[in-house]
Design a binder for this molecule. Structure first.
Ligand SMILES: [Zn+2]
Length: 205
Protein backbone atom coordinates (compact mmCIF):
# COMPACT_ATOMS: atom_id res chain seq x y z
CA UNK A 1 0.00 0.00 0.00
CA UNK A 2 1.13 3.53 -0.73
CA UNK A 3 1.15 6.38 1.77
CA UNK A 4 -2.38 7.36 0.64
CA UNK A 5 -3.69 3.87 1.43
CA UNK A 6 -4.06 2.93 -2.23
CA UNK A 7 -2.65 -0.21 -3.75
CA UNK A 8 0.84 0.81 -4.75
CA UNK A 9 0.78 -0.29 -8.37
CA UNK A 10 3.64 1.96 -9.43
CA UNK A 11 6.26 0.32 -7.19
CA UNK A 12 5.10 -3.10 -8.27
CA UNK A 13 5.35 -2.14 -11.93
CA UNK A 14 8.56 -0.12 -11.93
CA UNK A 15 9.73 1.52 -15.14
CA UNK A 16 8.15 0.44 -18.38
CA UNK A 17 5.77 1.43 -21.06
CA UNK A 18 2.06 1.28 -21.76
CA UNK A 19 1.19 -0.59 -24.91
CA UNK A 20 -2.20 0.17 -26.43
CA UNK A 21 -3.46 -2.15 -29.14
CA UNK A 22 -6.75 -1.41 -30.84
CA UNK A 23 -8.36 -3.85 -33.21
CA UNK A 24 -10.44 -1.57 -35.41
CA UNK A 25 -11.32 -4.38 -37.78
CA UNK A 26 -8.66 -3.30 -40.25
CA UNK A 27 -6.00 -5.61 -41.63
CA UNK A 28 -3.48 -4.62 -38.99
CA UNK A 29 -4.31 -3.58 -35.41
CA UNK A 30 -3.47 -0.03 -34.36
CA UNK A 31 -0.56 -0.07 -31.92
CA UNK A 32 0.61 2.87 -29.85
CA UNK A 33 2.70 3.18 -26.76
CA UNK A 34 3.97 5.69 -24.24
CA UNK A 35 6.47 5.44 -21.41
CA UNK A 36 4.91 4.96 -18.00
CA UNK A 37 4.88 8.38 -16.40
CA UNK A 38 3.21 7.80 -13.06
CA UNK A 39 2.77 4.02 -12.79
CA UNK A 40 -0.85 4.63 -11.85
CA UNK A 41 -2.60 2.92 -14.73
CA UNK A 42 -5.44 5.43 -15.08
CA UNK A 43 -3.04 8.40 -15.13
CA UNK A 44 -0.86 6.71 -17.69
CA UNK A 45 -3.83 5.93 -19.93
CA UNK A 46 -4.86 9.61 -19.70
CA UNK A 47 -1.30 10.58 -20.62
CA UNK A 48 -1.44 8.18 -23.56
CA UNK A 49 -4.66 9.78 -24.87
CA UNK A 50 -3.22 13.27 -24.50
CA UNK A 51 0.18 12.61 -26.04
CA UNK A 52 -0.54 9.94 -28.67
CA UNK A 53 -4.08 10.70 -29.73
CA UNK A 54 -4.27 14.38 -28.73
CA UNK A 55 -7.55 13.80 -26.88
CA UNK A 56 -7.85 15.42 -23.44
CA UNK A 57 -9.29 12.69 -21.23
CA UNK A 58 -10.22 12.02 -17.64
CA UNK A 59 -9.54 8.40 -16.77
CA UNK A 60 -10.43 6.80 -13.48
CA UNK A 61 -9.88 3.20 -12.47
CA UNK A 62 -10.55 1.70 -9.11
CA UNK A 63 -10.52 -1.51 -7.24
CA UNK A 64 -12.00 -2.05 -3.81
CA UNK A 65 -10.04 -4.58 -1.81
CA UNK A 66 -11.06 -6.08 1.52
CA UNK A 67 -8.53 -6.21 4.39
CA UNK A 68 -8.08 -9.92 3.54
CA UNK A 69 -7.04 -8.94 0.04
CA UNK A 70 -10.22 -10.03 -1.72
CA UNK A 71 -11.44 -7.89 -4.63
CA UNK A 72 -14.91 -6.61 -3.78
CA UNK A 73 -15.49 -4.39 -6.80
CA UNK A 74 -13.55 -2.91 -9.67
CA UNK A 75 -14.20 -0.71 -12.67
CA UNK A 76 -13.53 2.63 -14.24
CA UNK A 77 -14.53 5.35 -16.65
CA UNK A 78 -13.05 7.45 -19.43
CA UNK A 79 -14.47 10.89 -20.22
CA UNK A 80 -13.14 12.45 -23.41
CA UNK A 81 -13.65 15.92 -24.84
CA UNK A 82 -15.03 16.39 -28.32
CA UNK A 83 -13.10 18.86 -30.51
CA UNK A 84 -13.91 22.52 -29.74
CA UNK A 85 -15.52 21.81 -26.39
CA UNK A 86 -16.64 24.96 -24.59
CA UNK A 87 -14.12 26.23 -22.00
CA UNK A 88 -16.86 26.32 -19.37
CA UNK A 89 -17.54 22.62 -19.79
CA UNK A 90 -13.83 21.86 -19.52
CA UNK A 91 -13.47 23.75 -16.25
CA UNK A 92 -16.74 22.27 -14.96
CA UNK A 93 -15.39 18.76 -15.60
CA UNK A 94 -11.98 19.54 -14.13
CA UNK A 95 -13.65 20.69 -10.94
CA UNK A 96 -16.04 17.74 -10.92
CA UNK A 97 -13.22 15.23 -11.21
CA UNK A 98 -11.81 16.58 -7.92
CA UNK A 99 -15.18 16.44 -6.18
CA UNK A 100 -16.72 13.10 -7.07
CA UNK A 101 -16.09 10.16 -4.71
CA UNK A 102 -13.40 7.66 -5.73
CA UNK A 103 -14.66 5.32 -8.44
CA UNK A 104 -13.86 2.29 -6.25
CA UNK A 105 -16.25 3.41 -3.52
CA UNK A 106 -18.99 4.39 -5.99
CA UNK A 107 -18.84 0.87 -7.44
CA UNK A 108 -18.68 -0.69 -4.00
CA UNK A 109 -21.82 1.26 -3.10
CA UNK A 110 -23.57 -0.48 -5.96
CA UNK A 111 -23.69 2.48 -8.36
CA UNK A 112 -24.38 1.57 -11.97
CA UNK A 113 -22.40 3.08 -14.88
CA UNK A 114 -25.41 5.35 -15.53
CA UNK A 115 -25.42 6.50 -11.88
CA UNK A 116 -21.72 7.30 -12.11
CA UNK A 117 -22.18 9.29 -15.34
CA UNK A 118 -25.07 11.13 -13.73
CA UNK A 119 -22.80 11.92 -10.82
CA UNK A 120 -20.09 13.32 -13.08
CA UNK A 121 -22.33 15.49 -15.25
CA UNK A 122 -24.79 16.55 -12.57
CA UNK A 123 -25.13 20.32 -12.39
CA UNK A 124 -23.75 21.08 -15.83
CA UNK A 125 -25.61 24.16 -16.87
CA UNK A 126 -27.92 23.93 -19.85
CA UNK A 127 -26.92 20.39 -20.56
CA UNK A 128 -28.64 17.14 -20.06
CA UNK A 129 -27.01 13.74 -19.97
CA UNK A 130 -28.17 11.66 -22.90
CA UNK A 131 -27.18 8.03 -23.29
CA UNK A 132 -26.88 7.29 -26.99
CA UNK A 133 -25.51 3.78 -26.94
CA UNK A 134 -24.68 0.96 -24.57
CA UNK A 135 -22.38 -1.94 -25.22
CA UNK A 136 -21.41 -4.78 -22.92
CA UNK A 137 -17.93 -4.69 -21.49
CA UNK A 138 -16.02 -7.92 -21.13
CA UNK A 139 -12.62 -9.50 -21.10
CA UNK A 140 -12.71 -11.34 -24.38
CA UNK A 141 -10.18 -12.11 -27.04
CA UNK A 142 -10.98 -12.10 -30.73
CA UNK A 143 -8.44 -14.80 -31.54
CA UNK A 144 -9.59 -17.97 -33.26
CA UNK A 145 -8.22 -21.05 -34.88
CA UNK A 146 -8.90 -19.50 -38.30
CA UNK A 147 -6.89 -16.41 -37.34
CA UNK A 148 -4.00 -18.56 -36.10
CA UNK A 149 -4.09 -20.50 -39.39
CA UNK A 150 -3.71 -17.25 -41.29
CA UNK A 151 -0.74 -16.32 -39.08
CA UNK A 152 0.94 -19.64 -39.77
CA UNK A 153 0.32 -19.34 -43.54
CA UNK A 154 1.93 -15.89 -43.48
CA UNK A 155 5.14 -17.41 -42.05
CA UNK A 156 5.79 -18.92 -45.46
CA UNK A 157 6.43 -22.32 -46.97
CA UNK A 158 9.93 -22.82 -45.58
CA UNK A 159 8.96 -22.07 -42.00
CA UNK A 160 5.94 -24.36 -42.16
CA UNK A 161 8.07 -27.15 -43.62
CA UNK A 162 10.44 -26.72 -40.67
CA UNK A 163 7.59 -27.18 -38.25
CA UNK A 164 6.53 -30.35 -40.03
CA UNK A 165 10.05 -31.84 -40.16
CA UNK A 166 11.32 -30.89 -36.75
CA UNK A 167 8.43 -30.61 -34.37
CA UNK A 168 5.80 -33.01 -35.72
CA UNK A 169 3.33 -30.21 -35.34
CA UNK A 170 3.18 -26.70 -34.01
CA UNK A 171 1.71 -24.90 -31.07
CA UNK A 172 0.60 -21.34 -31.63
CA UNK A 173 -0.16 -19.21 -28.62
CA UNK A 174 -2.22 -16.02 -28.65
CA UNK A 175 -0.18 -13.01 -27.42
CA UNK A 176 -3.19 -11.50 -25.73
CA UNK A 177 -5.10 -14.24 -23.91
CA UNK A 178 -2.49 -17.04 -23.94
CA UNK A 179 -4.88 -19.53 -25.53
CA UNK A 180 -2.87 -22.32 -27.15
CA UNK A 181 -3.74 -23.81 -30.52
CA UNK A 182 -2.18 -27.08 -31.62
CA UNK A 183 -1.69 -27.91 -35.30
CA UNK A 184 -0.71 -31.45 -36.24
CA UNK A 185 1.32 -32.45 -39.29
CA UNK A 186 -1.74 -33.06 -41.42
CA UNK A 187 -3.05 -29.58 -40.73
CA UNK A 188 0.36 -28.04 -41.29
CA UNK A 189 0.56 -29.77 -44.69
CA UNK A 190 -2.77 -28.23 -45.60
CA UNK A 191 -1.58 -24.77 -44.43
CA UNK A 192 1.65 -25.23 -46.38
CA UNK A 193 -0.39 -25.91 -49.54
CA UNK A 194 -2.30 -22.72 -48.90
CA UNK A 195 0.99 -20.85 -48.49
CA UNK A 196 2.19 -22.34 -51.78
CA UNK A 197 -0.99 -21.19 -53.51
CA UNK A 198 -0.70 -17.74 -51.96
CA UNK A 199 2.90 -17.30 -53.08
CA UNK A 200 1.99 -18.42 -56.60
CA UNK A 201 -0.73 -15.76 -56.73
CA UNK A 202 1.68 -13.14 -55.40
CA UNK A 203 4.21 -14.02 -58.14
CA UNK A 204 1.60 -13.63 -60.86
CA UNK A 205 0.60 -10.19 -59.72
ZN1 LIG B 1 -6.53 -14.71 -27.73
Amino acid sequence: LSSTGKLDVSSALGKGYLNVIKDLGLKEPYIGYVDLVSGEIAEDIAYYFASSEQIPSAVSLGIFVSPEGKILSSGGFIVQLMPDTDERIISFLEKKMQEIPPISSMLYDGKSPEDILQNIFEGMEGMELKITEKSPCQYKCSCSRARMERNIISLGIKEIQNMIDEQEGAEAQCHFCNTKYWFDIEELERLKNEAVAKEAVAKNE
